[in-house]
Design a protein around this ligand. Sequence first.
Ligand code: ZN
Length: 214
Amino acid sequence: MAGTSDSSATHEPIRPLAERRALAANTPIQIQVGGRRFTTTKETLTEESAFFASLLSGRWENTLEDGSYFINADPVLFEHVLRYLRRGVFPLFFDAAKGHDYYRYLALLEEARYFQIPHLQDWLEKKRYVEAVQVVNAAEQREDNPSHWHEHSVVPAGTTIDYYPSWGTRKVYICPRGLFQHRGRPEACGRRCEAARGEGSDLFEEEPCLRCSQ
Ligand SMILES: [Zn+2]
């Protein structure tokens, strides 16, 4: 019994040291990628990337002399990785004339694997960008709901446009009787729905939706 408490006691001085090294989530940190310097926060890097979670765990003394971290990667591709980690923006390398830049997708997929970012990897592996462009193209023709896609206009042939779609959520009205035909359409609900709701307030559910910016 005495032995166990002794051994934990001997480990105790190590812990405060590790805690001191572990950065607070919102502390700005600097990383050097292929000769370029990026400033971001620990939270941004570690939330989805197992690679950065391990690197910045504070378990190892791995900073350079100036306190920055060295990352052995391509800085141009890393920009897209960081854009994703910061804002959840998925990369779309699409040219209206040439189509998708599959070579860049493949190169970025290697980075997503290296940095262990499952959602970004999934986007690239399953070619979800193809679907996203189809959604954007279809959206251009949807005049019944222009507010949802107000950022888009018809693209003249030969124009190069970078779209940055990301998955967000929107609130959808739910019928108190759970009728699918009334979903998202409160005006479709009648007296029986209102009776089912009683004194309660309207129900909403979050559903994923694609947002784009240029
Ligand atoms: Zn209803």
